[in-house]
Design a protein around this ligand. Structure first.
Ligand SMILES: [Zn+2]
Length: 641
């Protein structure tokens, strides 16, 4: 059995060309309707079917039954031009890389004048057309512009931008593209069937990925793995081994280490990768692919069922678990870091060092000054709190390598029971925690957990059980509007399982402010809406209408016209179980009246309560305070300039 599959399975008709329907269909119609041009330019990446298509065109043009999109395969011309056939004297293939000079083209010009020996057309297929020299092409210019009736040109190139404009303007241009993984996989499966070799779909997906959109490369790889396959046929494990793909367990360990900020584990992985002789670039590129899968699963919950993630079932389960472990912002930030490292690894002299630097960057998003880095920190904090609530000590879940996030998480426990003034330093948690003087801290934290984890089913019932029934009962009787009693109230919606209407809810504006990061987290599932609202904040709350301030009038208009305000409403309902109306306003104009009402309410009704975010003039507080208050940061020192 010959395993030069790409030669054995070279397409014979336009309809057989894989993944280039946008080109083969119009060409087939042009052939059948006899609307042919005298010169074509096929451009596109290597191995995606340009030369094959050019040969099929020649065959279609010269078939005795033709020109036709379905060459008969029986006439002399068809037989001569069949894949692996002797070729036809009237179809001349030239490689411009070696025959693009002026002498070659003059020669071509002279011979083109003679009529074809036995076929309808004399067809020149000129490969690597961008290599034709200017002088060479000038010699051809007249011929390509107005060739004799019996001459046809097909130029092919990987680099259309470098093709002389004089060629481009005289040809019909068709841009070939990389073949999609799905098409490639289907093609590979059909070839395995024809070769009578059994193959696991996930194994073929791996081959297609390695082929990177090139049919020729994919078939070469397939030939290799078929040759090396055992009695089980082509299996995922075999292919992964042969292609040097990073083992799934290594990737699992890496992702888990990133999610847990476990420096020791992450550097162990790097050590292992280097020691086992893995190609560092390969590892990083596989890690990037995995991160891509994680991101896809985060954005599309049924991605595995939809076939957006091509992996064996057990690995898919891992990916789904990892998608929950990492927050969306953290995953996308990690993907950025990995992608950058992949670029830096190219030709790097110290790949191990590069890997370690990548690991360090992955571990410390707090060093990242971007919004995404900040968001990643918030996500991690929430995770730390949620896992702390899960029963164990908050400290147990966070590993040694973590610095700032751990500190904040552990600090929260004592702070929760004693602290009562700087409520807003940790927007989402400290509110309910202030009430903790009446109850032991641990249940309080767990009371908060489900809201950050967004009704993680099992936990919400657990939390419902641990929540102090007295405190919520008290606060309900104490008041009925949004005026006061914030501490216990904002915990309440989190523990209820179904949405309550705004009128029935006793959530306060402060409650919204406190829970806003969690709402944003929910909203981040809808990327565009999140971008619009990520720096928004609730500014007033009355009669079931929550005014949300954004920083520009453009965003207000955008929110209404795009329907993203509806997405925000849904995210609030989802997170806080409150059904309300959202009014998007511009920050500066909305501030005055909004904070006015809330101030009046909170200060008159509940003077003992801590100031809300709106009570303090933002200009009066330092940047450090702002970061601490808005993002739950911990100050670890100050650098003098
Ligand atoms: Zn024929």
């Amino acid at each position: 059995m010959s395993l030069a599959l790409y030669r054995t399975y070279r397409p014979a008709r336009l309809a057989d060309v894989v993944g280039q329907e946008h080109i083969t269909m119009p060409l087939a119609r042009a052939l059948d309707n006899d609307r042919l041009h005298h010169a074509y330019l096929f451009s596109g990446p290597r191995g995606c079917g340009k030369t094959s298509t050019a040969r099929i065109m020649a065959r279609s043009l010269n078939c005795e039954q033709g020109p036709t999109s379905k060459p008969c395969g029986a006439c002399q011309s068809c037989v001569d031009l069949t894949a692996g056939g002797p070729g036809s004297i009237d179809v001349i293939e030239l490689d411009a890389a070696s025959h693009g000079g002026v002498d070659d083209t003059r020669d071509l010009r002279e011979r083109a004048m003679f009529a074809p020996a036995s076929s309808r057309y004399k067809i020149y297929i000129i490969d690597e057309a961008h290599m034709v020299s200017t002088a060479g092409f000038n010699a051809l210019l007249k011929l390509v512009e107005e060739p004799p009736e019996h001459v046809r040109f097909i130029f092919a190139t990987t680099d259309p931008d470098k093709v002389l404009t004089t060629i481009r303007s005289r040809t019909h241009n068709y841009a070939f593209r990389l073949v999609g993984n799905k098409d490639l996989q289907k093609h590979l499966a059909s070839i395995c069937e024809a070769e009578d070799v059994s193959a696991e779909p996930a194994a073929l997906a791996l081959v297609a990925r390695a082929g990177a959109g090139s049919v020729r490369d994919s078939l070469s790889i397939l030939g290799q793995v078929i040759a090396g396959s055992g009695t089980d046929g082509v299996t995922y494990a075999e292919v992964a081994g042969q292609l040097g793909v990073t083992e799934s367990v290594v990737l699992d360990a890496t992702i888990e280490a990133i999610a847990n900020r476990d420096g020791a584990a992450l550097f162990d992985v790097v050590e292992g990768v280097v020691d086992s002789g893995h190609e560092p670039r390969r590892f990083v590129s596989d890690l990037l692919e995995r991160m891509r899968d994680v991101i896809v699963v985060q954005s599309v919950p049924d991605a595995v069922q939809r076939g957006l993630v091509d992996t064996p079932d057990d690995e898919a389960q891992q990916i789904v678990a990892q998608a929950e472990l990492l927050g969306p912002a953290e995953a996308s930030r990690a993907a950025d870091v990995i992608s950058r490292s992949l670029g830096e690894l190219k030709g790097a002299t110290a790949p191990r060092l590069r890997l370690e630097i990548m690991a360090a960057r992955l571990l410390v998003p707090s060093a990242e000054r971007s919004d995404v880095g900040a968001l990643a920190r918030i996500e991690h904090l929430e995770k730390a709190l949620a896992s702390g609530a899960r029963g164990a000590e908050a400290t147990a879940s966070t590993q040694a390598a973590t610095q700032a996030p751990t500190d904040v998480a552990t600090e929260l426990t004592p702070k929760a029971s004693t602290q009562d003034s700087t409520i807003s330093t940790t927007p989402r948690k400290s509110k309910p925690a202030t009430k903790a003087s009446a109850a032991p801290p641990p249940p309080k934290i767990s009371e908060v957990a489900p809201s950050t984890a967004m009704d993680a089913d099992a936990e919400s019932s657990e939390a419902g059980a641990t929540a102090d029934p007295d405190s919520s009962g008290n606060s309900e009787s104490a008041d009925s509007s949004e005026t006061s009693g914030a501490p216990t109230h904002d915990a309440k919606p989190a523990t209820t399982t179904s949405t309550v209407s705004a009128a029935d809810s006793d959530i306060t504006l402060e409650g919204f402010v406190t829970m806003w990061p969690a709402v944003m987290d929910t909203l981040s599932r809808t990327r565009v809406a999140w971008v619009l609202f990520n720096d928004s904040r609730p500014v007033s709350w009355s009669d079931g209408v929550l005014a949300v301030a954004v920083d520009s009038p453009g965003k207000v208009a955008n929110a209404a016209s795009s329907g993203h305000d509806e997405k925000l409403r849904a995210a609030i309902a989802d997170t806080l179980k409150v059904d309300l109306r959202v009014d998007v306003v511009v920050a500066s104009t909305a501030n005055a009246p909004a904070s006015g009402t809330s101030e009046a309410n909170s200060s008159s009704n509940d003077p003992a309560d801590a100031p809300s975010v709106d009570d303090v003039n933002v200009d009066d507080i330092s940047g450090v305070d702002l970061v601490m208050r808005e993002m739950g940061a911990t100050q670890i020192g100050e650098i003098e300039h």
